[in-house]
Design a protein around this ligand. Structure first.
Ligand code: FES
Length: 108
């Protein structure tokens, strides 16, 4: 079984924010937004908002959701479900694990 792809150190991601990981690193169709919630749990979603050309990694992360920086739709960190217009399509989630302060991505 795969150990995942090491994509960042936990300390690279400020609490309540995100960082984008280039698809050349992850091998995914889109860049990946690594998002660190206010409780320090880490999640991964496709980085491009499903509504427009915005990076979810530039959004605000709080209480289980990331808010798009452009038009403020919110996406559930766990499953990518959209909450609130103008976006209507869910974001694609990816599994992550944090081990010994390192963040591993399991694209899928
Ligand atoms: Fe994200 Fe419009 S670009 S809500």
């Amino acid at each position: 079984m795969s150990d995942g792809i090491r994509v960042a150190a936990l300390d690279d991601i400020p609490q309540g924010e995100g960082i984008a990981i280039d698809k050349a690193v992850t091998g995914t169709a889109d860049d990946i937004a690594l998002l660190r919630d206010t409780d320090d749990s880490v999640y991964a979603l496709d980085d491009t908002c499903t509504h427009g050309d915005a990076s979810l990694a530039d959004g605000w992360v709080e209480d289980g959701y990331v808010e798009c920086p452009l038009h403020s739709s919110k996406f559930c960190l766990k499953n990518g479900d959209v909450q609130g217009l103008p976006a209507t399509r869910n974001a694609c989630p990816h599994r992550v694990e944090v081990r010994d302060g390192e963040v591993y991505l399991f694209p899928g």
